[in-house]
Design a protein around this ligand. Structure first.
Ligand SMILES: [Zn+2]
Ligand SMILES: [Zn+2]
Length: 271
């Protein structure tokens, strides 16, 4: 990543060990690994990934991320029609925002684990352990993030019929290896790019939880998690990848290795 690489400085590593993530999380596009652009709006990320097979999108953000998705594609001299696939880590509303547009207008195939296919159809109908309403009262630091997500279209996401054909450890087009990580949702998967040491963790491990406003590697609040004990247990599968670069669904990229991120998430405990 050059100093002049696109947009934000949000992924610069902090020098200070006590501040493992920075405190910006600006909207914008930044190159976070070789051939990987992070697209961020309202503390929510999706990723444009160059692969030998073509460009893929990991997750599909919030509806109003669309102009940023177009900018990211343009910076690679691509259009939405050039995307070979979208791979969803899970079916929550904040990760499927531009799915309908890509499927309907650009005929891009969208894939998810079969256990989350019905969630993509109904992206607000998800299991959770705690009330969505009480959490913001207990964690007021999360409120500005939730408002930003709402302004980015989080309350108006349309469900979609997508391909529930992602299989554990079976590489998809583009060479991404799905790592099953059920817990946050029942069909959550992370995606590992072994040759680049990159792991897309979705909401199995984030570096900023929009529900609580807490920063640093952690699982997501029980207000948005189906099974928080399960979510902690599957961190082991993430650690096993040994990936250096961790690219979460919310918060900044983490470049200190997945083992350390998992250790911190375990220490933070259920949220
Ligand atoms: Zn989620
Ligand atoms: Zn999310």
């Amino acid at each position: 990543m050059g100093a002049d690489s696109a947009t934000t400085h949000s992924d610069r590593m902090a020098d200070d060990d006590t501040a493992p993530t920075d405190t910006t999380s600006h909207d914008g596009i930044s190159e976070v690994a070789d051939g990987v652009l992070k697209i961020t709006r309202a503390v929510t990320n999706c990723y444009l990934v160059d692969t030998d097979d073509g460009a893929v999108l990991v997750d599909a953000g919030l509806p109003r991320m669309w102009p940023l998705v177009l900018d990211a594609l343009r910076s690679r001299r691509l259009s939405p029609d050039d995307l070979i696939s979208v791979y969803l880590t899970h079916g929550h509303f904040d990760h499927v925002g531009v799915v309908t547009r890509l499927q309907t207008d650009h005929h891009v195939p969208v894939h998810v684990h079969p256990a989350d296919a019905s969630l993509v159809r109904h992206p607000y109908r998800y299991d959770r352990e705690a009330s969505r309403l009480l959490y913001p009262l207990r964690h007021p630091r999360g409120l500005p993030h939730l408002f930003r997500m709402a302004r980015a279209g989080a309350l108006r996401v349309r469900g979609a019929e997508v391909r529930g054909d992602i299989r554990a450890q079976t590489p998809v087009l583009g060479g991404l290896v799905p790592i099953p990580t059920p817990g946050h949702t029942h069909g959550h998967v992370a995606f590992h790019l072994p040759d680049r040491g990159v792991l897309f963790t979705g909401d199995a491990l984030v570096t900023l939880d929009p529900y609580t406003g807490r920063r640093g590697p952690r699982t997501v609040a029980r207000a948005a998690t189906a099974d928080s004990a399960g979510a902690l247990a599957v961190l082991a599968a993430l650690a096993e990848t040994g990936a250096e670069t961790v690219l979460p669904g919310h918060g900044d990229a983490w470049t200190r290795g997945i083992e350390r991120a998992v250790a911190e998430a375990r220490a933070a405990g259920p949220q």
